[in-house]
Design a protein. Structure first.
Lengths: 113, 901
């Protein structure tokens, strides 16, 4: 297994939005979901997840409520709001454009210039 | 919007439940570490302790991320504010004296500001309690040549109604004063209005019983109908549920009641009876006919400006087509309430001026705030060690200032809440005073509620006050270098906070202002004492006289010039006076334009054969009276003769009272002298009148001034307007009053009786305003006095606690008590003395100017007495404020000095 890549600044928010868009999750669940959908390719400082969650909640992009976890413990669950869904769409599109542009740039060979 | 709501919700929780927010973060992070621990135990087969250690390392520190979490939620500063506010509340309890003084002063200042704004918003820019009321406007027509409004606009209204497109609804109304006569024979004037049915479409308020007026009611030949108001229905018809369909009498006319409006409906102003406005029958020429009020509701998408543009175009056409009448007329659209009171064409400037007056209240608040700041600074000084230690521990200057600001905010918020209470009751009092003064119901849109805008304004004032009270002392207190203060806090040096220049300035100003206010209040008190509160004692038994103002339906602006009115009034009055005279309990009756004790008419007089320098400089009170006026009021003729019936026919004679002879003629011979109304800018001089008699004053002569002098001229009842009737009862004035009502309605249903009361109840309307002013001034003076006392106390108290060590050493060295007091308080007393001195200069000028106003003979003595009284009071009060600190200073023992150093 290769060394996990460091997270680019600003990408954690997008990853959280993506994770909770697939269904409501508690904080630890968000971490597991990110690991799952990225195939463990990204390294995340676990505690850093929480300030990011609170920031998104304050921006009204996600919503939270207390519920019961799979092992019967009290846990705080996060869910995407309509505003968050919109943001996720916009950010995804913009990220894809950037990624395509970067990929195209990095593929360039001397013949193409 | 949703984002804002989410933020507000979090901020609110951060402020009110900071520890619960922390707990929730803890729970959440602990859950995370527990789950990770379990995963590690399962996945890697680690023991619990080892797995937990790994999980904690992977997480990276709960404390650190909780802090970051608070930052992310934006509640970090909220937590600080929350604890500062709690501390502030504790401080209020800990220093009850300071709290009481500050609450008293700040709540009065904030309350006055809030009340003023509420008054402006409610009364002058009030919104009618109708749907879409912001579209309801009034149209004033201005004659731009004379600068006055033109109310005779019926013809214009008729053409506007057909042509204007900017208005969804256009309506008009005309005042209709008449006697409402009920089946029991009771005839009482009612404030009615002839109004177009469209007014009800504009108001969109359904009738409580029956229906409102309809367009069909306005058609020629339609049967006369009326809609009555809730209060009228209650008071005059005993809330009769079957009132609809009944016939009522209004003056000489009969109307069928078709509806009762709900409580609080008084459109257009304070009316309680509505009948159709007969526009089709009245084809008045332009600029003729009775005064008419025009109002409307703007169409949904039209602004006032657009409506004005359309009216301007119409006015332009009218000026071209009818130059004779319309060359200078300009209809102006204004918000409805503004159109009711505004007396200038462009009311924006007036509005700006009225709202700018708020500056006065803000100034008052700033003044109070600065004074409280003095006290807070003195208190802050006692907490110097706490502040120094916190600074040393790393609290920034802003953080400490923030803490003191939050403490002040608790104080000022409480003051704002109390102030709003003052505003609520104060405005109700003003409202009642206005009702009592104008003897009419209040404008129907004036409500008792305090509007949210006013509460917001009070909150802004509270923040402003907190900024002055908290931040200024904080910046002063944290200004000195920490090292220096640490030295002081640990007792190694005597330097520390000082009551420096600013505070000395504040106290000196405070004492000075108090002297000035006391001088003004002193003069007012003198004036009230001398003039008996503005009401002079009558020289006749006023409680035996019934007074009433008589009115017939007035056909034109100036009824006494209308022959038909004069003839009708003459005949009605003669029948009434004949029947009254025949009534056994009536001893005498007379009439006049004004009766003794009523607000008089004033006129500038010119006296023949007197050099210009000796002509009366003040206006003189005038009254047109009946021939038997003086007899009826038991006033003997002292020289010359009384009026005769022949005089009333228009002979140019006059009678003056003794005060006139004494103060206007300077005791020269009055009989035979000629006087006339002096020429003014608008009117030429009146005809010369010969003084034929001198009468004893009808009110107590003590302390009268030249402008209390009276000159009487003879008149007939139909030749003066308004006219008051005075009836002297032999035994029971109440019986005469009820008899008078019955007689009046029997003689002429159109004869209206206003202000029926005994003469001892007649009060001059000015006194309501004067009373309000006096109370306001007394309130402000009390605030000034309390603040001055508290300020001096704080200064002295501060001085003693600062100089405990020094005093202790002095005592140890055997200093005498007087010496100690002088060295301790000398400087402070000098400051007070400076304040008294500075204040007494404007105070002296003021009392010197007002002295002769109050008492012509003893003006100088009054001025000196008032000046001395104000100065002595301030000195005495400050001396009292010194007692406690002085006793404390004298009790200091040498051992206390050892403790403090």
């Amino acid at each position: 297994m290769s060394q996990p890549a460091e997270l680019l600044p600003g990408t954690l928010d997008l990853l959280i939005l993506k994770s909770v868009s697939l269904g409501k999750l508690h904080g630890y669940g968000v971490l597991l979901r990110i690991e799952q959908i990225t195939g463990g390719a990204l390294h995340i400082q676990q505690g850093a997840l929480y300030p990011a969650l609170y920031r998104l909640e304050r921006q009204g992009l996600i919503d939270s409520e207390w519920g019961t976890s799979e092992n019967n413990r009290r846990a705080k669950y996060y869910r995407l709001t309509a505003q968050g869904r919109q943001r996720l769409r916009d950010e995804s599109a913009s990220w894809n454009r950037l990624a395509d542009a970067m990929a195209a740039a990095l593929r360039a060979t001397s013949q193409e210039i | 919007m949703k984002t804002l709501l989410a933020r507000l919700r979090i901020a609110w929780r951060g402020l009110t439940q900071p520890s619960q927010l922390d707990r929730e973060m803890d729970d959440e992070m602990r859950f995370h570490i527990d789950m990770e621990t379990q995963r590690l135990m399962k996945a890697r087969g680690l023991g619990h302790a080892e797995a937990r250690r790994h999980a904690a390392i992977a997480f990276g520190g709960v404390e650190k991320y909780r802090g970051a979490g608070r930052d992310a939620l934006g509640v970090t500063w909220m937590r600080g504010l929350s604890s500062d506010l709690k501390l502030g509340a504790r401080m209020l309890r800990k220093y009850p004296g300071l709290t009481a003084v500050a609450l008293f002063a700040l709540s009065l200042a904030i309350g006055a500001g809030a009340a003023y704004l509420e008054f402006l918003n409610d009364l002058m820019h009030g919104k009618l309690p109708f749907p879409e009321s912001d579209r309801i406007v009034g149209i004033q027509t201005w004659d731009q040549e004379s600068g006055e409004t033109e109310a005779r606009v019926t013809a214009d209204f008729v053409s506007w109604r057909l042509s204007l497109r900017s208005f969804e609804v256009l309506g008009a109304s005309r005042q209709l004063d008449g006697n409402l006569i009920t089946d029991d024979g009771r005839a009482e004037p009612v404030r009615g209005v002839q109004i177009t049915a469209s007014a009800f479409a504009l108001a969109r308020v359904p009738a409580m019983l029956g229906r409102t007026l309809q367009t069909a009611d306005e058609q020629p030949g339609a049967s006369p109908v009326a809609v009555i108001g809730y209060e009228l229905w209650q008071t005059r018809f005993a809330s009769d549920a079957s009132i609809v369909g009944r016939t009522i009498r209004l003056g000489r006319d009969l109307y069928t009641v078709v509806g009762v409006m709900p409580q609080g409906f008084g459109f257009p102003i304070n009316h309680s009876l509505w009948v159709p406005l007969p526009l089709n029958e009245a084809n008045y020429p332009y600029r003729e006919g009775p005064g008419t009020r025009v109002f409307g509701k703007l169409a949904a998408t039209v602004s006032v400006r657009q409506a004005q543009a359309e009216l301007d175009a119409v006015a332009h056409r009218a000026a071209r087509d009818q130059p004779k009448t319309h060359a200078h007329l300009r209809p102006v659209v204004k918000p409805f309430v503004e159109s009711v009171w505004s007396a200038v064409e462009d009311s924006r400037i007036q509005t700006i001026v009225f709202y700018s007056a708020n500056v006065f209240f803000i100034g008052l608040l700033a003044l109070c705030g600065a004074n409280i700041a003095t006290l807070v600074f003195a208190r802050t000084a006692t907490r110097e060690t706490e502040i120094t230690v916190r600074t040393a521990l790393g609290a920034s200057r802003a953080r400490i200032a923030g803490q003191l600001f939050a403490e002040a905010l608790v104080l000022s918020s409480l003051a704002a809440a109390i102030g709003l209470g003052f505003a609520y009751y104060g405005l109700r009092w003003v409202k009642n005073a206005v009702v009592a003064g104008q003897k009419q119901p209040i404008m129907f849109w004036w409500n008792d509620r305090i509007a949210p805008e006013t509460m917001l304004y009070a909150a802004v004032l509270a923040v402003f006050a907190a900024a002055i009270v908290g931040v200024v002392p904080a910046l002063k207190a944290t200004g000195i270098r920490v090292q220096e203060r640490l030295k002081h806090a640990t007792g190694t040096t005597a330097s520390g906070l000082k009551f420096g220049g600013i505070w000395t300035g504040v106290i000196v100003t405070q004492v000075g202002v108090t002297v000035v206010f006391l001088a003004i209040v002193g003069m007012l008190a003198w004036s009230a004492y001398v003039t008996g509160g503005g009401k002079r004692q009558p020289t006749f038994p006023a409680e035996q006289y019934v007074s009433v103002r008589l009115a017939l339906d007035v056909p034109a602006d100036d009824p006494v010039k209308d022959d038909a009115y004069r003839q009708q009034f003459r005949s009605t009055f003669t029948r009434l006076s004949d029947r009254l005279s025949a009534y056994p309990d009536v001893a005498a009756l007379t009439y006049g334009r004004r009766l003794p004790g009523m607000n008089p008419f004033f006129a500038h007089l010119e006296i023949a054969d007197i050099p210009a320098s000796q002509q009366p400089s003040t206006p003189i009170r005038t009254a047109d009276v009946a021939a038997n006026y003086f007899d009826t009021f038991d006033a003997p003729i002292l020289a010359g003769r009384s009026f005769t019936e022949a005089d009333s026919a228009g002979v140019n004679v006059a009678i003056v009272d003794r005060t006139f002879v004494r103060l206007v003629l300077k005791d020269q011979e009055a009989i035979g002298r000629h006087v006339r109304r002096a020429a003014s800018e608008t009117k030429p001089a009146g005809p010369w009148m010969q003084i034929v008699g001198v009468v004893r004053d009808l009110t107590d002569e003590t302390g009268k001034r030249a402008d209390d002098a009276m000159i009487y001229t003879p008149t007939r009842p139909e030749a003066t307007y308004p006219v008051h009737l005075a009836v002297r009862a032999r035994t029971n004035p109440a019986v005469v009053m009820s008899e008078l009502r019955i007689m009046a309605s029997e003689i002429d249903p159109a004869l209206r009786l206003y202000d029926l009361q005994t003469l001892d109840n007649v009060s001059e309307a000015d006194r309501v305003a004067l009373d309000l002013f006096a109370r306001l001034l007394a309130g402000v003076s009390l605030v000034a006095l309390v603040l001055a006392t508290a300020g001096v106390y704080a200064l002295m108290s501060f001085t003693v606690s600062r100089r405990t060590a020094e005093i202790g050493v002095r005592v140890a060295l055997g200093a005498k008590p007087s010496r100690i007091l002088w060295t301790t308080f000398g400087r402070s007393m000098l400051q007070v003395a400076l304040g008294v001195l500075l204040g007494s200069i404007p105070a002296a000028l003021l009392v010197a100017a007002l002295g002769p106003e109050v008492s012509a003979e003893n003006g100088t003595n009054v001025a000196i007495a008032t000046g001395v009284m104000a100065t002595v009071t301030v000195c005495a009060i400050t001396a009292i404020a010194c007692i406690a600190p002085a006793r404390r200073a004298l009790k200091i023992q040498p051992s206390d000095a050892l403790k403090t150093t």
